[in-house]
Write a protein that binds this ligand. Structure first.
Ligand code: UT7
Length: 322
C-alpha cells in the first residue's frame, strides 16, 4: 500500500480587493460590525470575465513555480467547488485541458467548505489503492457569483480564491489518518438552491444565492469540530498539544476562537485566511496553509491539523507533517 505525501502548494485570488467600507455604500452595516463579528478586513471578488477555472489554473501555475515541480505527469485532478464556471464540463476537465496535462483523470467534488479536506481524503485513498501516483487537489470558488448582496448577514462574509496542492505516492508519506462525517439533517441551514424547491419540508428561496442560518451553523461547527479535533489527534497517536498548527475552514474568526475555547487548543497556533480573504469556502484551508508556509511560520516536520466544515452539513479532516 502506497502512502501519500503533500509535496507542493499554490494559491490565487482575483485582483479586485473589496474592503469592508465598500458594503457601507449600499447596506446598513459598518466596518466595525464586520470586523468585530467576523474578523474579516478584506475579500477579493472576481471580475466579469474571471471564473473558478481561471483561479485554479493560476493556483497550479503558482504551485509549479514556487516548488519547481513538473505537472505534465499528474494522473488525477480533483477540484472541490460549489461555484463551477458551468455545471458541465467539470472544472477538473477545464483545468486538465488548460494546463495541458495529457494523461489525467478529472473529477469535481461537491462538499462545500469541507470539499478541499474531502479532496485530500479521496487523494490519499486513490494513492493507497494503487490507482494513482500524482494528484492535484484544488479548493476553488467564485462565491461572489452566488452571493445575495441584499442580505447583510451573509454577503459581507464571502470571497473568491483558489488553492492547489500536489499529493504524491511516497514510501513514508505525510498525510495521516482522516475523519469524515456529515449531519445531513442540517441541509436547509446552509444552501444554494437548485432544481428542487424544498429540503426535508423546508421551502427554499429560489434565487440561486447562498442562504444560511448563521447561528445554527456557528453552533454546529463549534461542537462538531472541537470533538473531531480530539478524535483526529487520537487516531494519529497524538495529543492536541503535539499538534503544531490547526487549520480549520476559515468561516469566521469568532467561530475559530470558539472552537479553540471548546477544545482547549491555543488560538496562537491557528493558521487562518478569513481576515485577509473572507470566507472562500473550499479554498480557505489551502490559502491559510499556503500563507503559513510562505511567511515562515510552518517549519519542516510540523504537524498540521486540517478540518473543513460547512454546507451539507459536512466535515472532513486529516493531519499532515510538513
Ligand atoms: O462557511 C460556512 C458557512 N457559514 C458560516 O460558517 C457562518 C456561521 N455564522 C456566522 O459566521 C455568524 O453567525 C454571522 C457572521 C453570520 C452572524 O454573526 P452573529 O454574531 O451570529 O450575528 P447575529 O446573526 O446574531 O446578528 C446580530 C445582530 C442582528 O441584529 P439584531 O437582531 O440583534 O438587532 C443582525 O441583524 O447583527 C445584525 N447584523 C448586522 N449588522 C450590521 C447582521 N449582519 C449585519 C451586518 N452589519 N452585516
Amino acid at each position: 500500500m502506497s502512502n501519500a505525501r503533500l509535496t507542493a502548494i499554490g494559491m490565487a485570488v482575483p485582483h479586485k480587493a473589496v474592503p469592508n467600507s465598500w458594503f457601507e455604500s449600499f447596506l446598513e452595516t459598518s466596518d466595525e460590525w464586520i470586523l468585530s463579528r467576523t474578523g474579516i478586513r478584506t475579500r477579493y471578488h472576481a471580475s466579469e470575465n474571471e471564473f473558478t477555472s481561471d483561479l485554479c489554473v493560476r493556483a497550479a501555475q503558482d504551485l509549479s513555480e514556487k516548488f519547481g515541480v513538473d505537472l505534465s505527469d499528474v494522473d488525477m485532478i480533483l477540484v472541490s467547488t460549489v461555484t463551477p464556471d458551468q455545471p458541465m464540463p467539470s472544472m477538473a476537465c477545464r483545468v486538465q485541458h488548460r494546463l495541458d496535462i495529457k494523461k489525467s483523470g478529472a473529477l469535481d467534488l461537491y462538499a462545500a467548505c469541507a470539499g478541499f479536506s474531502y479532496g485530500i481524503v479521496v487523494a490519499k485513498g486513490l494513492i493507497a489503492g494503487g490507482l494513482h501516483k500524482k494528484i492535484l487537489v484544488f479548493g476553488a470558488e467564485t462565491l461572489s457569483r452566488v452571493t445575495d448582496f441584499t442580505d447583510r448577514t451573509s454577503c459581507v462574509l464571502f470571497g473568491d480564491g483558489a488553492g492547489a496542492v500536489l499529493i504524491e505516492a511516497d514510501e513514508t508519506g505525510n498525510v495521516g489518518h482522516c475523519v469524515t462525517g456529515a449531519s445531513g439533517e442540517g441541509g436547509a441551514d446552509l444552501y444554494i438552491s437548485g432544481f428542487a424547491h424544498e429540503i426535508d419540508g423546508h421551502e427554499l428561496k429560489m434565487n440561486r444565492c447562498i442562504v444560511q442560518n448563521g447561528r445554527k451553523v456557528f453552533k454546529w461547527a463549534v461542537t462538531t469540530v472541537a470533538t473531531e479535533m480530539k478524535n483526529l489527534a487520537a487516531m494519529n497517536n497524538l495529543t492536541l498539544d503535539q499538534v503544531d498548527w490547526f487549520v480549520p475552514h476559515s468561516a469566521n474568526l469568532r467561530i475559530i476562537e470558539a472552537i479553540c475555547n471548546e477544545s482547549g487548543f491555543p488560538f496562537s497556533k491557528v493558521l487562518e485566511s478569513v481576515v485577509d480573504f473572507g470566507n472562500t469556502s473550499s479554498a480557505s484551508i489551502p490559502i491559510a496553509l499556503y500563507q503559513g508556509i510562505m511567511n515562515g511560520k510552518v517549519k519542516k516536520g510540523d504537524k498540521i491539523m486540517l478540518i473543513g466544515f460547512g454546507g451539507g452539513l459536512a466535515y472532513a479532516g486529516t493531519i499532515i507533517e510538513w
